[in-house]
Design a protein around this ligand. Structure first.
Ligand SMILES: Cc1cc2nc3c(=O)[nH]c(=O)nc-3n(C[C@H](O)[C@H](O)[C@H](O)COP(=O)(O)O)c2cc1C
Length: 165
């Protein structure tokens, strides 16, 4: 079993290109302190950022065994997670709410939508997940965590995964 573990928390909002160098260089840990408040979130672009053909051999040697855990409601974070997993040779773990968010649930411009109600009342943000257990968790040296930004903070379905692990 490894005696140390580094946890990189990388904001993966939208089609934002996330540089591995930027994440790898920040050993201070979580970066979810993004304070940018935004009344009207940008429209989802559904960007099709297919993972390129790359070898993860060099980065794997530096980062050890890599896990890329992510929550993605509309696919953007998933695309970036695939990209990082491919570039690092890492394993993927999808964080999935027991009750997935529908497009109506995600309608931030409707104050009665699920996500708007959860945003307005923090006590509603404890989202049940299908599982938080990662097989062979102790074998990972580096864990990337990807999530969308919702109203300037990490989308809360990721919280239960972080707390459990
Ligand atoms: C409810 C909601 C709130 C959002 N709030 C923000 C925000 O404050 N700032 C921002 O840049 N994008 C915001 N967005 C846009 C998402 O972060 C962006 O579309 C992201 O790529 C979605 O990732 P996903 O496809 O993996 O779910 C918001 C989207 C939703 C659905």
């Amino acid at each position: 079993m490894r005696t140390w573990k580094r946890l990189f928390s990388c904001l993966l909002a939208g089609a934002m290109a996330l540089s591995l160098a930027a994440c790898g260089g920040n050993d201070s840990g979580a970066t979810d302190g993004q304070t940018q408040e935004q009344a009207a979130p940008p429209a989802d672009t559904g960007a099709d950022t297919a993972a390129p053909e790359t070898s993860g051999e060099e980065t794997t040697a530096e980062s050890g065994n890599v896990l890329v855990a992510y929550y993605s409601a509309t696919g953007n974070t998933e695309n970036i997670a695939n990209y990082i997993a491919q570039a690092t040779g890492g394993d993927l773990f999808e964080i999935t709410p027991a009750e997935p968010y529908t497009s109506d649930d995600l309608n931030w411009s409707d104050e009665n939508s699920r996500v708007s109600r959860e945003y307005a009342d923090e006590s509603l943000r404890d989202v049940e997940l299908t599982t938080t257990e990662v097989e062979n968790w102790d074998s990972y040296d580096t864990v990337f965590i990807g999530y969308p930004i919702w109203w300037g903070i990490a989308a809360w379905p990721v919280d239960g995964f972080v707390e459990a692990n």
